[in-house]
Design a protein around this ligand. Structure first.
Ligand code: SF4
Length: 310
């Protein structure tokens, strides 16, 4: 098969292809906050955002970056006793600080032993020219990608999740990052209330045409302690079943260009916080379900794209 044993272009494949070995991501907390929570844009945050700013598995913020990297390596060493690493700034908005501070944090991470690159999660509206310049410079000599949470192209859903910026802002951010040759990863969520399968696939098609380097596909999780949890209790809405989710992911993979690196096809909800859908805790079953469904369909990533699309 094109991507070893998979019918889609996994991050694991891409990393082995690029670095010749297994690459492990270390999730770091750079001590940032988020303009969608600190009052700059809003003080409510995205409706699904948890207390930890979407970083339930990151290092502890009372440790510095070097210490977090050491801690994460030890934590992951049972599963992967040795390897090289990508330092992943995950919690909150990881470009939301003065440029000097950002540079210091990023370079500290890159200087740690066995770190081969950097991944930075942020918002499309938190990339002023100075930050783009800094990222461009870092990207000249280091492996770097930037992750942006789009979730959906649909305005009604974007308002519902309180994303805080419009689609134009996202497109502009992607263009400016690409101008600096920075790889962009877009996060999408399937299962937002009121979205049909066609709506979700419209978002996927849009992202495929935008020329991003990678995509993370998430299932909408209802996490305790979030505003979404309260909303769901007061206004229950249908959640995707495992079978529906698997089918949508397969549909999405079929229409994404083969070059797009698939970073994730199932989300990671912290078990103690996850209210629903509980089936998502069995990640292996979801992953094998996707493999099986693609095999039954005899399709691949990009197999429903017309020729010339990639
Ligand atoms: S952008 Fe991220 S950190 Fe900020 S409110 Fe939304 S999910 Fe939370």
């Amino acid at each position: 098969m094109k991507w070893n044993d998979k019918r889609y272009h996994t991050l694991d494949y891409e990393m082995k292809h690029t670095f010749g070995q297994k690459i492990i991501k270390l999730s770091l907390d750079g001590g940032f906050t988020c303009p969608n929570r600190d009052g700059q844009i809003s003080d409510k945050g995205c409706i699904f955002c948890s207390e930890l700013g979407a970083g339930e598995f990151a290092g502890r913020r009372n440790l510095n970056i070097t210490e977090q990297i050491a801690q994460q390596k030890i934590m992951l060493s049972k599963k992967w006793p040795s390897g090289k690493y990508i330092a992943y700034f995950q919690n909150f908005t990881n470009t939301y600080a003065p440029v000097d501070k950002l540079q210091e944090l990023y370079l500290e991470a890159l200087s740690a032993t066995d770190i081969v690159g950097l991944a930075i999660a942020t918002r499309a509206d938190c990339l002023p020219p100075k930050v783009i310049d800094l990222l461009g410079k870092i990207g000249e000599n280091n492996y770097l990608w930037v992750e942006l949470g789009l979730q959906t192209i649909h305005k009604r859903s974007a308002n519902f999740i309180r994303r805080g910026y419009d689609l134009k802002c996202f497109i502009d951010a992607v263009d400016r990052l690409k101008e600096k040759n920075i790889k962009v990863v877009a996060h999408l969520i399937f299962g937002l209330p009121g979205e049909s399968v066609d709506d979700m696939l419209e978002t996927v098609r849009f992202i495929g045409n935008l020329g991003v380097w990678g995509v993370k596909l998430h299932l909408l999780h209802i996490l305790k302690g979030t505003d979404l949890y309260e909303y769901y209790r007061n206004h229950p809405f249908p959640l995707l079943s495992r079978e529906q989710y698997i089918s949508i992911v397969c549909d999405a993979l079929e229409i994404l260009p083969p070059s797009v690196v698939i970073h994730r096809v199932t989300g990671d909800g912290a078990k103690h916080l996850l209210e629903a859908p509980k089936w998502s805790l069995d990640k292996l079953r979801v992953l094998s379900g996707i493999d099986r469904e693609l095999a039954v369909r005899d399709t691949y990533q990009g197999s429903r794209l017309s020729k010339g699309n990639n």
